[in-house]
Design a protein around this ligand. Structure first.
Ligand code: ATP
Length: 437
């Protein structure tokens, strides 16, 4: 039987008013429809671990779509529904989202028949999850609001700080859970239970990844690389030999780890300063991991993981371009501020950060950092229409002049708009660009 515990107090203490109100409204609306309502999974786990809560996952013992429609109407939300799965997403006008699923049991009357979908209990829904710590549910109906349901020993494992599967075939059933175990263990500082760890080793021994779609592995890898510090997780992956799942010739040497550490430092620096400038964080770690591989091995890894074309570009061609440019910068003793600007302006954040992690010369590192924090934001005040006013004829010459203005600006020569116009006029005069009327 489920262990029940009232955690209403925790709900009241740790959640902000909006979420509290929302959970109560969900419970009420579901109750009116005759459904049992639960908030489940990561939400409850993170609540008990006092971590920030991102998603709300609701499970309905009943018709989740009917619930979502009724609730959205009441609250003025939009919904997306997925009939086939009995799931819905409720979207508030400010884009806040609630995921809704129907607890249900699917079975086949005869092998060839369509599945018969029955509404079933929350227990079966929770039993399908990856780890015990993700199997908690809290009742939301008014009569038992705040009752926590723990069928699989989740509270014990949260207390023991341990990742455990629910059953022994878990990793064979879905090998991506191996990556998920490592992700959660790294994120929460939990150990992987002994039995669970052995199950991972067994699953790898029997080559469980053989038939697994590369995209699913890629998605889990990306999630690991998006963690605040993925390096311990990468070490754990290596301890299980998981890098060989990506490629038999992929080896992580001390240099790779040094580079990963330096990526971690640069990204922490960046993210603190530019919190609201998103970039594919995962890609920088991935680039670092591939740094020592041959082009052929990188290509084969991308193929194995079904990396989509655009992302393949990041990991292969554009990464090589960034490495090549950095080599050029490092091997030249005469690289000017302006040259650095015109080189780096072609690279997005992820490559600049990668180059900063890779660069050996401290002076160049400072220069790249200066580019990122100052130079990249410098824009000339003058526009094409200012040049028209000077009597210049529109054409490629406009961008040539603007480029010169920008160069002078980067050099600290020009401060005001007026100075820029004077500079442009003088430059045009000097280079005979003025139309003599
Ligand atoms: P995160 O904070 O990383 O989003 P989460 O626990 O919310 O963690 P999701 O990946 O959003 O994780 O998954 C939502 C829920 O679905 C989890 O609580 C988990 O139990 C379940 N789940 C996700 N992937 C699997 C899987 N491969 N096998 C079984 N259950 C899964």
């Amino acid at each position: 039987n489920a262990k029940k515990r009232q955690i209403e107090n925790i709900l009241y203490q740790r959640l902000d008013n909006r979420i509290k109100q929302l959970l109560q409204n969900i419970g009420k609306t579901g109750n009116e429809l005759g459904f049992n309502m639960f908030v489940v999974g990561g939400f409850v786990r993170d609540l008990l671990l006092s971590r920030q809560i991102d998603d709300i996952d609701i499970v309905v013992e009943g018709d989740g779509i009917e619930f979502a429609k009724t609730y959205a109407k009441k609250e003025g939300c939009r919904i997306n529904t997925y009939k086939k799965f009995g799931t819905a997403v409720i979207i508030y006008p400010d884009n806040f989202k609630i995921d809704v699923a129907s607890a249900r049991l699917e079975y086949y009357k005869t092998p060839a028949a369509l599945p018969i979908v029955e509404k079933s209990s929350i227990k079966l829904d929770l039993a399908r999850r990856d780890f015990t710590i993700n199997t908690l549910a809290i009742s939301l109906n008014p009569d038992n609001f705040g009752t926590m349901i723990d069928y699989f020993g989740a509270n014990r494992d949260l207390k023991d700080k341990t990742i455990r599967t629910i059953h022994n075939l878990s990793f064979v059933e879905d090998p991506t859970r191996i990556f998920r175990a490592i992700k959660f263990s790294n994120r929460f500082g939990f150990k992987i239970g002994k039995v669970t760890s052995n199950l991972i080793k067994n699953a790898i021994t029997i080559d469980c990844f053989k038939n697994l779609s590369g995209l699913r592995v890629l998605s889990e890898l990306k999630q690991i690389f998006e963690e605040e510090n993925p390096i311990p997780a990468i070490k754990t992956m290596e301890s299980y030999g998981l890098e060989k799942v990506l490629h038999k010739d992929l080896t992580l040497i001390p240099n790779t780890y040094q580079l990963l550490e330096s990526v971690n430092k640069i990204l922490s620096w960046h993210d603190l300063l530019y919190m609201d400038e998103p970039y594919p964080r995962w890609a920088v770690y991935f680039m670092a991991m591939l740094n020592r591989c041959s082009y052929k091995v990188c290509e084969q890894i991308c193929t194995r993981l079904n990396v989509p074309l655009r992302e393949r570009g990041i990991l292969l061609e554009k990464r090589y371009k960034a490495e090549k440019q950095l080599n050029l910068i490092e091997s030249s003793s005469t690289y000017t501020k302006q040259e650095l600007y015109w080189t780096l302006i072609n690279f997005k954040t992820e490559y600049i950060l990668y180059m900063m992690a890779l660069v050996k010369d401290e002076e160049i590192k400072k220069a790249i950092s200066n580019f990122y924090t100052h130079q990249r934001g410098i824009k000339p005040y003058i526009k094409g229409r200012d040049l028209l006013k000077l009597g210049l004829q529109p054409g490629p010459v406009f961008s040539a002049i603007i480029k010169q203005v920008l160069n002078a600006k980067l050099d600290g020569q020009l401060k005001t708009r007026k100075e820029e116009i004077q500079f442009a006029a003088a430059y045009a005069e000097k280079t005979n660009l003025l139309i003599k009327s």
